[in-house]
Design a protein around this ligand. Structure first.
Ligand code: ATP
Length: 464
């Protein structure tokens, strides 16, 4: 298998060039080195593949392999658990990806969801004007004063629904999941009988025709989001905004990202959308600097009012206590699932020297780890494979488990370290006599001999 390099990813992305260009060459080398390692590991171990690789790859589009799909799912499950399952005041939704222009007219995306685009007249590369450090030099070819005037470029993907072409058939791939929560506000509120403060949560794909995708899965044109729209009585908006800022930052810390790799950044007044009275980003320290993982915004009554006006539906809540209708205000924590997955991966990545050899290990929190355990027969002989599969059958229903009988045990341990598997269970010839297995801890590499009958309790104590 050919090794892809972060250069394919980093160098093909003008954004990252812009971000990475600085005088400190050493810094650049370190950034590329770590990104190379992450990109290579992701390919080698089945986390993330370049899409359509057999056709040369589809730029900035990625497929999540057998291990990546588990990792991404664990990130999404952890979010869903904390945002929906463990709360009485949030319900879930899964809205359509295709939506008619009216939705985007009302939300403002048709008019305003644009980036300022400039072209270099020399090399024809395109850039986001607001991401260029120096507007006089093209970071791709070095040409001077070669940029065109900026023009507003709408980031929504447009397609056609049905067999008849024409403007009446235009539909859009959603650029965010949020609008589904606003257009369904009334139905959700009535069917669940929730009253503000309450929220609607959704995880799903979004699409943006980004001018400068790049930095691996940090910015792609197809990505996944995890969004909550939390509807509150207007007088409580400020308080809930503060609540969600803290709550969301803490979520990443609780799942194992070191606090010093995270920060909350309040937007300056000139960064705020006209309807927002406050926005904070949860930022992560990526190899190239701080980058957004999630935005928490105090959106006022903008969204519901816009949709009420454009649809003609009354999108209010009737409060029987005051005998009045009012438009709830909205607090929106909007996170990227794929981007967060990358942050979990970067934060977990570690290297150490063990007996003179480099050991690469992903120190994931067990909830995030793709596999919780791996069952490894010491040899491929039938007498060990039988009991190993028995152990696998015993653990598989409770924990996502890998079973691997190829190569020497040392290589298999290394592989599991690179997948971030917290526990390896080795079935050896002694197992046939003592009905016990060796359990190896990913982080300490210490081994315990554990009776098969006590294995579930042993793992449960450490994993659940
Ligand atoms: P950015 O400033 O990075 O473009 P944004 O402020 O436009 O992001 P939001 O619209 O607030 O992003 O979307 C919420 C979250 O969705 C972001 O914090 C990010 O994690 C994720 N996200 C947005 N765009 C992309 C993308 N192109 N690729 C991957 N994730 C994305």
């Amino acid at each position: 298998m050919s090794e892809s390099s972060a250069d394919d990813v980093v160098a093909s992305a003008p954004e990252s060039r812009v971000v990475n260009v600085n005088d400190d060459l050493m810094n650049r080398v370190i950034v590329d080195d770590l990104m190379n390692k992450i990109v290579n590991l992701s390919k080698r171990r089945g986390l993330v593949f370049q899409s359509a690789e057999i056709y040369g790859g589809f730029r900035s589009t990625y497929d999540y392999g057998p291990v990546g799909v588990l990792l991404l799912r664990n990130v999404k499950d952890a979010w869903w658990r904390s945002m929906v399952q463990l709360r009485h005041d949030v319900v879930g939704l899964d809205a359509a990806i295709l939506s008619p222009p009216q939705v985007w007219e009302a939300s403002g995306h048709l008019q305003n969801f644009t980036d300022p685009l400039v072209d270099c007249r020399e090399c024809n590369e395109r850039f986001r004007e607001d991401q260029l450090d120096d507007l006089t030099v093209c970071p791709n070819c070095g040409a001077r004063n070669s940029f065109t005037e900026a023009r507003a470029f709408n980031l929504m993907f447009k397609t056609q629904a049905g067999p008849v072409e024409g403007s009446g058939a235009d539909v859009y791939l959603r650029p965010e999941t949020a609008q589904g929560m606003f257009t369904n506000f009334k139905l959700v509120q009535e069917t669940t009988r929730k009253k503000p403060p309450f929220g609607i949560a959704q995880i799903g794909k979004s699409f943006r025709n980004e001018i400068t995708p790049g930095n691996f899965v940090f910015r792609t044109r197809e990505f996944e989001q995890m969004e909550l729209e939390f509807f509150v009585p207007p007088a409580e908006a400020r308080e809930w905004y503060e609540y969600w800022r803290n709550e969301r930052l803490q979520w990443y810390i609780d799942l194992g990202i070191p606090a010093e790799m995270l920060r909350l950044r309040d937007h300056d007044a000139d960064e705020l959308s006209h309807y927002s009275s406050g926005t904070s980003d949860v930022e992560f320290l990526f190899p190239w600097g701080w980058g957004e993982l999630e935005g928490i915004a105090n959106r006022g009554d903008y969204d519901l009012k816009q949709h009420a006006e454009h649809s003609g539906e009354r999108l209010t809540y009737f409060d029987p206590q005051i005998n009045e209708h009012y438009v709830p205000h909205v607090i929106e924590p909007a996170a990227g699932a794929t981007r967060s997955m990358m942050a979990f991966l970067l934060a977990a990545y570690d290297e150490e020297t063990v007996n003179g050899e480099l050991r690469t290990v992903l120190r994931f929190d067990p909830r995030i780890a793709p596999y919780k355990v791996a069952v490894l027969p010491l040899s491929k002989k039938d007498e060990l494979v039988g009991p190993s599969l028995e152990v696998f059958d015993m653990v598989k229903a409770r924990w996502m488990a890998d079973y691997d009988e190829n190569q020497g045990i040392g290589k298999r341990y290394r592989r599991q370290d690179e997948l971030g598997t917290p526990y390896c269970i080795t079935v050896d010839f002694d197992t046939l006599d003592d009905r016990a297995v060796t359990v190896r801890d990913r982080d300490t590499m210490e081994q315990d001999r554990v009776a098969i009958d006590g294995l579930a309790a042993y793992l449960s104590e450490r994993l659940d």
